[in-house]
Ligand binder design. Structure first.
Ligand SMILES: *Cc1c(COP(=O)(O)O)cnc(C)c1O
Length: 372
């Protein structure tokens, strides 16, 4: 075990998580969505922001419902003292089903076979049926609402809800709008058939759905990405005031001149075409800084953009600081704001063909977290 002194905060590579921004994003989102209640999605360690820390702040702000991806995440929240409802959105292996009642956690039922399994192994556990309305990932097939109803009535489960997941609610094209309307209609058809069960938790909206879609089952929105201040899709415009909760920072470890004709890094993928100034930053792909950003991404230093040159290494990367007045120890913004410049996880994602979700979930535990 390392001592507290050995593990105390070090200025190598760290995220700064502004919990006040999380609270503010929640407040603004609630003003813009029709849902009366928010289910805060804190899976994947709250998209890299720290599940327990975020859940506590959200609970203080009045959130009573939480969602995670699996039972380990759910138990971690309970052990951290989170009192609200916790729903596991995905699969739980048979041997862990008894833990659901032990920790008072709600479980998604992903299929009829899963219903049979849970009825046998954990009949007391509170469950919610996943309904598949077109994503084809988990759930009872809503194309046959009578069959869904039959399954929902057949198994002796402690049933307390049902939900579906929209897969193009963030995309504003005629085709996607029609598909989402179809998903919602299919969900409503199943929900209507079991209306007599008076399930307390009937929900179908994610971040995007809560902002832009209409349904009569809109009491609860499952809020993920927008709460963290990022966009479901790069083309989206978020409500005014919503901003990223997380910034990612590092420092310059050394500065050196790079002479014309010299190359940088593994594979010698960058060649100086003129005299340059190069800075090394002690953050790499083992920290979650994607290697696809090699010769493509940039960092912010004192309000300036410094392009990544050469390949991102496991623990370090190199940036072009030609013309900047910098020295070892200076702060480098990998994600966030510096002077008038902003570079968000959405911007970074756009450069390498992915989504902001993957960028923030990909920041590894080697990167220390600092809560502001
Ligand atoms: C992750 C997830 C969400 C949250 O989605 P966002 O786009 O981040 O709002 C909601 N519902 C389900 C089932 C999910 O898996």
């Amino acid at each position: 075990m390392l001592t507290e002194h050995q593990t105390h905060f070090s200025r190598r590579s760290w995220t700064e998580i502004r919990l006040s921004a999380l609270r503010e994003n929640l407040r603004i989102y609630k003003e813009h969505c029709r849902a009366e209640e928010i289910m805060a999605v804190v899976k994947a360690d709250a998209y890299g922001h720290g599940a327990a820390e975020c859940a506590h702040v959200l609970a203080e702000a009045g959130v009573r419902l939480f969602a995670v991806s699996n039972i380990i995440e759910a138990i971690e929240l309970r052990l951290a003292g989170v009192k609200g409802e916790i729903l596991i959105l995905g699969y739980t292996p048979a041997e862990q089903l008894p833990l659901l009642t032990e920790y008072d956690i709600m479980q998604a039922v992903v299929s009829e076979a899963d219903a049979a399994r849970i009825a046998e192994k954990a009949p007391e556990a509170r469950v919610q049926y996943a309904i598949d309305t077109g994503m084809n990932r988990i759930g009872l097939d809503a194309d046959d609402p009578a069959a869904c109803e039959a399954v929902m009535r057949k198994y002796p489960l402690n049933l307390c809800g049902m939900f579906t997941h929209l897969c193009v609610a963030d995309t504003d094209t005629a085709e996607c709008r029609a598909f989402t309307r179809g998903q919602i209609a299919k969900f409503e058809a199943v929900a209507d058939r079991v209306a007599d069960m008076q399930l307390p938790y009937v929900h179908c909206l994610n971040s995007a759905g809560g902002l832009w879609q209409e349904t009569k089952y809109n009491r609860i929105a499952r809020l993920g990405i927008v709460m963290y201040g990022l966009k479901p899709d790069y083309a989206n415009t978020l409500p005014e005031g919503i901003r990223p909760v997380l910034e990612w920072k590092s420092v310059i470890s050394m500065v050196k001149p790079l002479h014309k004709g010299e190359t940088v890094g593994y594979g010698r993928t960058f060649t100086a075409e003129h005299e340059m100034l190069l800075a090394t930053v002690p953050t790499g792909y083992a920290d979650g800084y994607d290697r696809l950003l090699s010769n493509r991404g940039y960092v912010l230093i004192d309000g300036h953009r410094a392009p990544v040159v050469g390949r991102v290494c496991m623990d370090q990367l190199t940036v072009d600081v030609t013309g900047l007045d910098v020295e070892a120890g200076d702060e480098v913004v990998l994600l966030g704001q510096s002077g008038g410049e902003t570079y968000t996880a959405d911007d970074m994602a756009q450069q390498i063909g992915t989504i902001g979700y993957e960028i923030i979930c990909g920041i590894t535990h080697r990167v220390q977290r600092k809560y502001l």
